[in-house]
Write a protein that binds this ligand. Structure first.
Ligand code: NAD
Length: 285
């Protein structure tokens, strides 16, 4: 049993998952959100994740009770952070929101408390800018769905100390995940590489090199990808892909990330992938 207290801020798609894995790993876990409805929804999602895990033989039924006991929810930030050794924020992707929230958390906690952000695209150095002790701020980029995906990108900002990186790495392992350490650069490791391959695959469709199915099969059978880059784009959402490509194109100033005309056209036509029923593939319910 771990006696450390871990606070998760924001109980949405990512926050509820991070809270679940922390509680399952034995941390006394506090989940904070401004909206009581978000906390209620998180509780339902966690119970459903655990129930599915039990059904599939991945979770011991006793774990469900232990997880429930380890997890508490609150709409009071001071209560949520009181006595915590780690705070992980998973609020919406807005720089000023994250900056102000981390400043508030820094004021509520002592210097030894690790402050982590689950940002998927913002600079950790900028998120840490307002915090008086930025050496304790680090990126911990979890993947969706958190209770299933194994990777955590640990992002070292300009001021993040190596001790903080080491603590984040140890914490990641305690949560049953695999850490990688990345410099604070746009797209970190995963998005930069994943998006570059995804965009090249779209350019190949544009040039008529092969069909989407055959390009995906090339990567699945030739490189053991579990899912091809075009199908993955459909699953993520082509509008989301376009936004990330535009962001990386501006930040890295590289033609590699210039959004292909075909991607822009598909988004304009509402072909967004699975969520709209059509992308590079047709999706039926
Ligand atoms: P979400 O919209 O599902 O959840 C955000 C939650 O934060 C909501 O419950 C909202 O009520 C709450 N919130 C808003 N302002 C708050 C505040 N001031 N204090 C406390 N709670 C507040 O968002 P999400 O998809 O979980 O994304 C959260 C973060 O995780 C973002 O930075 C995002 O970039 C990152 N991320 C998302 C994914 C993904 O697939 N969704 C993957 C990796 C990283």
């Amino acid at each position: 049993m771990n006696h450390d207290t871990l606070t998760v801020i924001g109980a949405g798609t990512m926050g509820h998952g991070i809270a679940q894995v922390a509680a399952m790993a034995g941390y006394e876990t506090r989940l904070f959100d401004l909206e009581p409805e978000a906390l209620e929804a998180a509780q339902v999602r966690i119970a459903s994740n655990l129930a599915k895990g039990i059904k599939r033989g991945k979770v011991d039924p006793k774990e469900m009770e232990r997880t429930r006991d380890a997890l508490s929810m609150t709409t009071d930030l001071a209560e949520a952070t009181n006595g915590a050794s780690v705070v992980i924020e998973a609020v919406p992707e807005k720089l000023s929101l994250k900056q102000n929230l981390l400043l508030e958390c820094a004021n509520l906690t002592s210097h030894g408390v690790l402050l982590a952000s689950n940002t998927s695209s913002l600079s950790i150095s900028r998120i840490a800018q307002k915090v008086p002790s930025p050496e304790r701020v680090v990126g911990m980029h979890f993947f969706n769905p958190v209770h299933i995906m194994e990777l955590v990108e640990i992002v070292q900002g300009e001021e993040t100390s190596s001790e903080t990186v080491e603590r984040a790495r140890t914490l990641t392992k305690h949560l049953g995940k695999t850490p990688i350490v990345v410099k604070d650069s746009p797209g970190f490791a995963s998005s930069r590489l994943g998006v570059a391959i995804g965009l090249e695959a779209i350019r190949m469709v544009e040039e008529g090199v092969a069909s989407p199915e055959d390009i995906d099969t090339a990567m699945m059978l030739g490189y053991r990808y579990p899912v091809g880059p075009l199908r993955l784009g459909d699953l993520v959402g082509l509008d989301v892909r376009l936004d990330i490509a535009q962001h990386l194109f501006e930040e890295l100033n590289s033609p590699r990330f210039k959004p292909p005309a075909l991607l822009e056209q598909m988004v304009r036509e509402g072909k967004l992938g699975k969520k709209s029923g059509e992308g590079f593939y047709r999706w039926e319910d």
